[in-house]
Ligand binder design. Structure first.
Ligand code: ZN
Length: 428
């Protein structure tokens, strides 16, 4: 069932960080930070990125501007409530700070958001985590400036108002979501985007693609009840401005995604992917994402023994972008009826030459599956270790993501999600 509000919304909002994009842009962070009046900054990163020396280089160029920088390099990749708390404790012990610089992937940027939040607002981490897992409290005090410097493409964390974490005790991935969490500035320097092996590029790219597709098909802002000013949320639904970014991202992905996976040395293709990630972030950071992202939480959170090719270590994991993509074809088959033209249009932007399918609702799923096959994404959730008997647990995990599911263009019942998981066991 689609939504038919009795008093439809007629206002939408659009927010984005100040953006600096281009090779060498990260050399100017000291200057940019000096404009905020900062005297003491905390640089937040993870041990892997720290080993490249990039965060230290970013920290060093602050001293000419009289800014004292300290590096925290213990961010946990795929952060948990415990790893957030460690970072917060470190900041409390060594603070105060009047600015934060996150250098790394989504994990570092999200950790910096949480540290900034708890260093400026009272209470405990769980007070701010989305309900029903946490209290869903709104931060009342403004946060300190945060500059986000992504070194991996995909997450869009530099543009968004959320930070994602695993709450260990509840075995659930959830987040903190509030407009105050959006970084003040995003510095996207393609020279810092680390050379990624094909498997990592494929998963990160599927995340970018899903951000664009989910925001493009999200519940429109006009399909919500009219809000009071104090009720407005960052994810206000799809709207003309978010749409523009989603379509730009889809066009870039259509020309450069396969190329960046199969020819990682093609700098132009990699620069296109950086730009696509930023564009998609600027769209979904306002419109929201829906079923594929809601399903990705339990798919990644309940991993058994799957370890993907090209990822370091041996720890079981389903990378975020891969987890998102595995139910995307079936999710878009489910949302097709809410706006057939949009679904067909998205498939056409992504694969202009794809032949029309007998049933138009198959077009976008078939374009997606062709791409996933070409770039080595596993064939469904069965291929990452789930079988029929896991579906009730996966469904329960998805149904906890009510804030995300609210962005779906039609109402989502438990049996709908169950059907999507079942049809996603094996995709092709
Ligand atoms: Zn994502």
């Amino acid at each position: 069932m689609t939504y038919t509000p009795s008093n439809p919304e007629n206002v939408f909002t659009y927010g984005a960080p100040f953006l600096k994009f281009g090779p060498g842009s990260s050399d100017e962070i000291g200057y940019d930070l000096s404009l905020t009046g900062a005297k003491r900054a905390l640089v937040v990163t993870d041990p892997g990125i720290s080993a490249t020396g990039i965060p230290q280089r970013v920290a060093e160029q602050m001293s000419p501007f009289g800014i004292d920088a300290l590096v925290y390099d213990q961010v946990h990749v795929e952060p948990t409530d415990a790893s957030f708390r460690e970072a917060i404790e470190f900041a409390r012990e060594h603070g105060p700070f009047d600015a934060y610089v996150a250098v790394g992937g989504g994990s570092s940027i999200d950790t910096a958001k949480a540290v900034d939040l708890l260093m400026t607002n009272p209470g405990d981490l769980m007070d701010y985590v989305n309900a029903p897992v946490g209290e869903g409290r709104n931060p009342e005090q403004p946060l300190k400036p945060l500059i986000a410097v992504p070194t991996t493409t995909g997450t869009g964390a530099e543009s968004t108002t959320i930070c994602v974490l695993d709450v260990i005790e509840h075995k659930v991935k959830t987040g903190i979501s509030h407009a105050r969490l959006r970084p003040t500035m995003a510095v996207v320097d393609p020279r810092l985007i680390l050379t990624q092996p094909p498997g990592v590029t494929a998963s990160a790219g599927m995340d970018i693609l899903s951000h664009a597709l989910e925001s493009w098909t999200a519940r429109p802002y006009t399909a919500y009840e009219h809000k009071k000013p104090e009720e407005r949320v960052p994810y206000c639904g799809r709207n003309p401005i978010a749409d523009m970014w989603a379509t730009k991202a889809l066009h870039l992905l259509s020309t450069s995604f396969r190329q960046s996976v199969h020819h990682g040395d093609d700098e132009a293709a990699r620069a296109d992917m950086s730009l696509a990630a930023t564009f998609a972030g600027m769209g979904f950071g306002n419109a929201g994402v829906h079923i594929p992202h809601a399903n990705a939480y339990p798919i990644a959170g309940r991993v058994k023994d799957f370890h993907p090719a090209d990822y370091p270590g041996t720890e079981p994991m389903v990378p975020h972008g891969m987890a998102v993509s595995l139910t995307a074809p079936e999710a878009f088959r489910f949302t097709f009826e809410t706006d057939p033209d949009r679904h067909i249009g998205a498939a056409r932007m992504l694969a202009p030459d794809a032949p029309m399918t007998n049933d138009p609702r198959d077009l976008l799923p078939s374009v997606l599956m062709d791409l996933m096959r070409d770039i080595g994404i596993p064939n469904g959730i069965d291929a990452v270790g789930y079988d029929e008997s896991d579906i009730p647990d996966l469904v329960a995990g998805t149904m906890k993501q009510q804030r995300v599911l609210a962005s779906c263009p039609r109402e989502v019942r438990e049996e709908d999600i169950s059907g999507i998981f079942e049809r996603s066991l094996t995709l092709w």
